[in-house]
Design a protein around this ligand. Structure first.
Ligand SMILES: Nc1nc2c(c(=O)[nH]1)N[C@H]1C(S)=C(S)[C@@H](COP(=O)(O)O)O[C@H]1N2
Ligand SMILES: [Mo]
Length: 187
């Protein structure tokens, strides 16, 4: 591909902003935080050290299958996802199972890969799955890498999201069926 004029040099001409320590720098400095947000009473921003110190640690020896790498064997430690999200206070009526059953979780990795879970998968009255937010894998802390989702009941590894950056919790507003009838493909 040829160019008629030299490419612009935006980096060379853009003035460097002055380095000014702001109060927010103190918050953003240090290890990365996993942000838990959405329909919650108490959104949280947690480091792996927070996940290790503030909740009881469970252990899970798992095998999951990867389409490209085959079966993977790992030992993870970390708190139950249910207990961490519980502390963030999902905006459901905790006494009503039907209300809890409407909630979803979307878990995002730093590379853009994300997956969804339902609250009911974790809930003791429904699936009761011991899903973890790992603080260590095979005996090594995940403080640098970030927490990893551990879904022992999954056969496939796709939901073992690594380097978690965020978890969104909330309900999905199902479109009203009567508002937009599905077009009949036969007409
Ligand atoms: N952030 C992030 N996590 C991810 C993935 C990804 O692409 N990005 N791939 C998933 C898939 S498909 C698998 S099989 C496992 C692989 O884990 P391993 O690399 O430790 O074997 O990570 C899962 N977690
Ligand atoms: Mo995979």
């Amino acid at each position: 591909m040829s160019r008629l004029s030299p490419p612009p040099h935006p980096i060379a001409v853009r003035p460097e902003p002055p380095v000014r320590p702001a109060p927010s720098d103190a918050v953003s400095a240090g290890p990365r935080r996993l942000v838990i947000r959405g329909q919650l009473h108490r959104p949280l921003a947690l480091t792996v050290a927070d996940l290790r110190e503030r909740w009881a640690q469970r252990r899970a020896e798992v095998v999951f299958d990867c389409a490209t790498n085959g079966p993977q064997h790992h030992t993870f430690e970390g708190p139950l996802l249910r207990e961490v999200i519980g502390e963030a206070g999902p905006a459901f009526d905790a006494r009503r199972r039907k209300d809890r059953s409407r909630f979803l979780l979307a878990v995002s990795g730093g590379d853009g890969h994300h997956t969804v879970l339902s609250w009911a998968e974790l809930d003791e009255d429904f699936g009761d799955a011991p899903i973890l937010l790992a603080t260590a894998m095979d005996g090594r802390g995940l403080d640098e890498a970030g927490s990893q989702l551990v879904v022992p009941s999954d056969r496939c590894g796709a939901r073992y999201i690594s380097a978690i950056t965020g978890i969104w919790v909330g309900t999905y507003a199902v479109p009203e069926e009567r508002a937009a009838p599905v077009p009949d493909s036969r007409t």
